[in-house]
Ligand binder design. Structure first.
Ligand code: NDP
Length: 314
């Protein structure tokens, strides 16, 4: 069975940054790329807020550069995902999706988060044919079309504002009678004449021949003035939050009510010595590439200290 001193699970900004730091510290880390090599950023296009790129950078190019930088310092990158872990044993035990197994003295969990869906069968049916969870990735296809965004938080408002720059009309479907988003984002939405907010509205389903042609909506469900109607749209964007990819580790680690791994204070340390969490899987709040990258660096610095205490001669 292969053994590594440091296993990094995940290949977003947190994972790759952890690997760059670990490689430069001579830890010869192993990194599991997982199901979505490069992480969530790879489903966006341009990144304009990552420092060092005054003209913006293509998201895939950015992630590829991080990958190459990690490889340059000796990271062994495996194209696998972890399917089970055992954090009760030392060294820790990990099974991969090809059935192979490996052991690790320490692990940095950088498995990120994934967009949430409503759970309607129609979301699957029309996936990639009108349904999207990323306006910046897919907005381009809806120029001069009519779209709807579901959600009332900052992400939904941001996506609606972004889409309003492309589409002729944007409906914001909000289940409550108010927006949860910050004041400034709300003002941006209410001040945009292309955006119409549909409060107290839920989606029952989608319809269309080859792709989305509209949504079945319900207004004030369960109330005396409940009303069902069809809204013609070309695109249906989900912006109802993200769920952390922490299921594998949940039996061992403390998570918050939404499944985000809880670390100690402002550190990436978990309650299990040798196990660290970095990036969006442990960050319910900021969810930014630059923040994830920084937490990956912190995780490796903690792992390095842990490993040298474990075996000072290694
Ligand atoms: P949030 O959890 O803040 O908001 C999710 C929204 O989706 C809420 O309005 C919620 O409704 C709604 N929702 C959830 N489930 C459903 C459902 N099943 N059906 C209909 N609506 C649903 O997630 P965000 O992704 O918006 O934001 C996450 C964090 O990131 C926040 O802290 C936010 O401030 C931050 N952020 C900051 C940005 C910025 O500052 N520029 C940009 C983007 C995010 P309800 O209110 O009823 O629960």
């Amino acid at each position: 069975m292969n053994h590594t001193r440091l296993l990094i699970i995940g290949s977003g900004p947190a994972g790759y940054t952890a690997a760059i730091y670990a490689g430069r510290a001579n830890l010869s880390p192993t990194l599991l790329e997982g199901m979505q090599p490069g992480g969530q950023l790879t489903i966006t296009t341009e990144v304009e807020n990552y420092p060092g790129f005054p003209d913006g950078v293509d998201a895939n190019e950015l992630m590829d550069a991080m990958r190459r930088q990690a490889e340059r310092f000796g990271t062994q990158i495996l194209p696998n995902a972890a399917t089970s872990v055992d954090l009760d044993v030392r060294p820790f035990h990990v099974t991969l999706d090809d059935g192979s197994e490996l052991t690790a003295d320490s692990i940095i969990i950088a498995t990120g988060a994934s967009a949430k869906y409503l759970g309607l069968p129609d979301e699957q049916k029309y996936m990639g044919r009108g349904v999207s969870a990323c306006a910046t990735c897919d907005g381009f296809f809806y120029r001069k079309k009519v779209v709807a965004v579901v959600g009332g938080g900052d992400t939904a408002c941001e996506e609606a504002s972004y889409l309003a720059g492309l589409a002729t009309k944007v409906y914001l479907i909000v289940r409550k009678p108010y927006l949860r988003a910050s004041k400034i984002m709300q003002e941006r939405v209410f001040g945009n004449e292309k955006i119409e907010v549909l409060f107290e509205t839920n989606t029952l389903g989608l319809y269309g021949e080859d792709g989305v042609e509209g949504a079945h909506l319900i207004f004030r469900k369960g109330e005396s003035d409940e009303r069902q109607y069809d809204l013609p749209i070309d695109g249906f964007f989900l912006a109802i939050g993200h769920h952390p990819n922490s299921e594998l580790f949940a039996p061992w680690l403390k998570t918050d009510e939404n499944g985000f791994i809880q670390t100690e204070g402002d550190t990436p340390c978990t309650a299990i010595p040798g196990i660290f969490a970095a990036g969006d899987v442990a960050d319910p709040r900021y969810r930014q590439a630059v923040v994830a990258a920084a937490s990956g660096a912190k995780a490796t610095m903690e792992a390095e200290k842990y490993l040298s205490d474990l075996n000072p001669l290694a």
